[in-house]
Every structure is written in C-alpha cells, then in structure tokens.
Design a protein around this ligand. Structure first.
Ligand SMILES: Nc1ncnc2c1ncn2[C@@H]1O[C@H](COP(=O)(O)OP(=O)(O)O)[C@@H](O)[C@H]1O
Ligand SMILES: [Mg+2]
Length: 389
C-alpha cells in the first residue's frame, strides 16, 4: 500500500492538492482513501459533497473521510492522556520525561496517525492520501512515535512491575501509579505507535510532500518540516510550489509580485534541490468541485502516476569495518562540522547545527553496536559517519 502525506502552512493548498491527487489516483484504477484531519472541513468544500467522519464514496475507486483528531484521541486514549497529565503534576520526575510530557497536549494529532495504522492493517485500499494538519503540528505528529516510545519505555520501566501493589505505596513514593486500564491502553498505544513508526520510515511505502506558495513564510515553514522529516528518517519526495501568478498577467500592479515570486521560486530550487519540484499556477478562481480538481491534478501530474516515488533519500547505513562498525546517517541539512554525539544506553543522540538552529537526531542503535564503544564521528559530503570500535 502506498501512503502519501501532504503538509504545509495553512492556506497553501493542502486540501485541494490532496483531493486532486486522490482523484487522479482513483481514475488510474487505484482503490484510494483520502483522509483529512483538517478541522475546517475543506474536503466537503473541495468536492462539493458532504464528507463526515465515516468513509464517504466519491467515485467507484475513491472514498474520503474527515476525522477529528481531538475526538479520536478522547475516544481511544483519554485514560492514558489523563494519566500522563497527572504525572506531570508530580514532582521528582526525570527532566527529559517532564519535557516530553509538556509537549504532549499538542500531540493529539497523533490520533490521526493511529487511525492511519488501523487503515493500513485493514488493507482495503491501494493507497491512502493524507491531508495533514498544518506543518507545525504535523511535525509533532512525525516525531510523536519516538517521543511516546521513549516516554512509555521509561514510564513503564518505572511503573509496570508495581502496577498492582503500587497503589498502596503511591502516597509513600509520592508518585502516581497507573491503573491496569491505563497500562492496557498504554500497551495498545505503544504497539500502534511502533507500527506507525515502521510505516512512516518505510521509504518504499510512505512519502511526505511539502506544499508552499511563493512567499517567505510558507517556504521557511516547509524547510523546517523537511529538515525534521529527514532527521526522523521520513522520505520527502516532492515540493509543490502552488499559486504561482502567470507571467502573462497584463497589469502593472502585479509586476512586483511576479518578480518577487520568481525570486522565491529560485530560492526553492536551490534549497530543495534534492527534491522533485512541481510548479502550479494560481487558477482564475478557487479550486472547487470535481472538474476543477481534475484540472489541478492534470496541471500537477499530467500523464504521470501521482503515486510514484519522485525522489529518494538514502537512509542510514551500517558497515562492518576492520575494528568495528561504521554507521552513516545522511544529513544534508547540517551546516557546520559541529557535531556532538552522546551515547545513552541503546540510543545515540547526535546534536547538530542546522539552518533552523540546533537540532538533535535520535538514533536507536542496532544490536550489533552494543558490544562496541563510540569512537569518533565526522561529517563528509552531507553524511555523518560514526565509528564504533
Ligand atoms: N492553484 C490554486 N489556484 C487558485 N486557488 C487555489 C489554488 N490552490 C488552492 N487554492 C484555493 O486556496 C484556498 C486554500 O486552499 P486549501 O486547499 O484549503 O489550503 P490548506 O488545506 O492548505 O489550508 C482554497 O480556497 C483553494 O480553493
Ligand atoms: Mg486544508
């Protein structure tokens, strides 16, 4: 099953481009599901058909569903969310856990991701196109599996053995102990998140596509997402520059705009040179209704199969060396050779300097690395080489 995730700043055209892609894919005969988590109900507007929180048939091969991530989260994971916010109130917890929990409330978007996993498991479609929430939140969604995974391992490590007897000691310990119900939810969630992580990081299955308009805000925003996605080993295969003013507009008033847009397009071509770039013009009017969506799909994809993988990012490599192993991590976004690497039990944390400031890459170590110790690291041609001996 092929999965395509569209993201970008609010208003850039995520909903219409996702809808156009889904429509084109269905016309090529692929059984397609379009999922939107946009609370603004734009799918209904785009297709001119009411689309709610159950699969709605658009054509023979296309279903669409509008999900409300907050509702999903409350329905399925409220016990866990309550427990987590309770722990947050308790003092004396490891600082990193507190930090992760502090980020939790905004991450209800993860419920959308869990829904995706359920659809992948049911396996009723050839492809799922996801119209994601704006990038800021989408980012949380992308790294959520990592955060919750670490959080859970630690919290479970602390609490799991005492879940039954722990309640009696709770006041003595001064910390809350999750109920059995919470642990059950937690395990279910962990399991789903592990699957989500596998799906997101499978480059043959999942691609992230960034949408921008030719303006500085949406481009900066996309750059952030691109860097973060690469850090979390998610393949970004395309950048779409949408709403480009046609050059033949005969109005002096727009001359500056056209020049400005031209400059931003050039900037994109340099900064996103690893990606396949598509340019889409500003239509005469809003993109509404099936005919307009078809026109949009044709402008974007022409005769191409919209489901193909347009660009590939080479993932992490592990090589045996004479003395031990070498792990190579692609990092085209790293600016200086200013690497700091820490090993924390079975994980490696690589601190790097990027265009958007300091960032950390969290890398679960492969088993083979356990018996070696970290020796050195260097940046060579956009790749971080880490040596273990
Ligand atoms: N290429 C385009 N030409 C004209 N209007 C567009 C184009 N792309 C998007 N739009 C319009 O811009 C508005 C925002 O698009 P939408 O897909 O809802 O953005 P998002 O989902 O990113 O918030 C909608 O009214 C849509 O019809
Ligand atoms: Mg939208």
């Amino acid at each position: 099953m092929r999965i395509i995730l569209y993201t970008g700043k609010g208003g850039v055209g995520k909903s219409v481009i996702s809808s156009a892609t889904a429509l084109k894919s269905s016309e090529l005969g692929f059984k397609t599901l379009l999922i939107s988590t946009d609370p603004a109900h734009t799918l209904s507007d785009a297709f001119g058909i009411k689309i709610g929180n159950v699969e709605t048939k658009i054509n023979e091969n296309l279903d669409a569903i509008q999900i409300d991530p907050v509702y999903e989260a409350i329905q399925n994971y409220s016990a866990l969310f309550e427990f987590i916010s309770e722990i947050f109130k308790t003092k004396g917890i490891d600082e990193t856990i507190a930090y992760e929990i502090a980020n939790f409330p905004g991450s209800t978007g993860a419920a959308a991701l869990l829904k995706l996993v359920l659809y992948v498991e049911k396996n009723l479609y050839d492809t799922i196109i996801l119209d994601m929430i704006p990038s800021g939140d989408a980012l949380k969604l992308l790294y959520f599996p990592y955060i919750i995974g670490r959080l859970s391992r630690r919290v479970m490590g602390i609490f799991a053995p005492v879940a039954d007897v722990g309640r009696a000691f709770a006041s003595v310990l001064g910390i809350n102990v999750p109920s059995k119900e919470v642990i059950k939810t937690e395990l279910k969630l962990l399991n789903l998140l592990e699957k989500a992580q596998k799906i997101l990081t499978d480059h043959e299955q999942t691609s992230l596509r960034l949408i921008v308009n030719p303006d500085s805000f949406s481009i900066e925003n996309a750059k952030r997402t691109y860097i973060q996605a690469s850090i979390y080993n998610i393949n970004t295969d395309m950048l779409i520059i949408n709403k480009i003013m046609p050059k033949d507009i005969k109005a002096e008033y727009f001359e500056e705009w056209i020049k400005l847009q031209d400059n931003y397009i050039k900037k994109c071509e340099i900064e996103f040179s690893n990606l396949h770039i598509k340019k889409v013009s500003l239509f005469k009017s809003e993109v509404k209704g099936i005919d307009n969506l078809k026109n949009l799909a044709n402008e974007i994809f022409g005769e191409e199969n919209p489901l193909k993988i347009y660009s590939r990012f080479t993932g992490i490599n592990i090589n045996q060396t004479e003395k031990g192993i070498e792990i190579t991590v692609p990092a085209p976004f790293v600016k200086k050779e200013n690497l700091e690497i820490e090993r924390v039990s079975d994980e490696l944390i690589i601190h790097v300097e990027t265009d958007i400031g300091k960032s950390s890459i969290l890398l679960p170590l492969p088993f083979i690395a356990y018996k070696y110790s970290l020796k050195s690291a260097k940046l060579i041609n956009d790749k971080i080489h880490i040596y273990f001996e």
